[in-house]
Ligand binder design. Structure first.
Ligand code: 5GP
Ligand code: ZN
Length: 113
């Protein structure tokens, strides 16, 4: 499968890795939208959020807890941050391997564009 994030997870392409364990890997976004912009992904390929079976939903919780842990390590937990997962065209998804964005380091607007 020709998936850029699978290639980063499998180290076929170099990523600027912030965290890794057996199930998830986190790396810095190539085109950061905030001073801190990290993508947290499952190593297993899921195309969109719609494709995660309910019985495998624990991985989604691990993406979230990884984001919170990284926020603490990067000292933005108290100032604040945003986690976002875009789904399909109207959600603004452009890479079709699910990823949680961790954005921090500036005041983020609401509602998002
Ligand atoms: P989406 O628009 O699908 O929610 O987010 C995809 C994100 O992946 C974007 O923020 C984009 O900048 C980032 N991105 C796209 N290609 C690469 C890449 O090859 N490496 C890294 N590190 N980030 C990428
Ligand atoms: Zn993939």
């Amino acid at each position: 499968m020709d998936c850029i994030f699978c290639k980063i997870a499998q180290k076929q392409i170099k990523g600027n890795i912030a965290f890794e364990n057996d199930r998830v890997i986190a790396f810095h976004d190539l085109f950061p939208q905030a001073p801190t912009h990290i993508l947290i992904i499952p190593k297993q390929h899921y195309t969109t959020l719609n494709d995660v079976p309910v019985e495998q939903g624990a991985i989604l919780g691990e993406l979230m807890t990884t984001a919170a842990q990284l926020a603490k390590e990067l000292d933005v937990a108290e100032s604040g941050y945003r986690v976002v997962m875009n789904c399909n065209a109207d959600g603004g998804q452009s890479v079709y391997h699910i990823h949680l964005h961790l954005l921090a380091g500036r005041r983020l607007n609401w509602p998002p564009g």
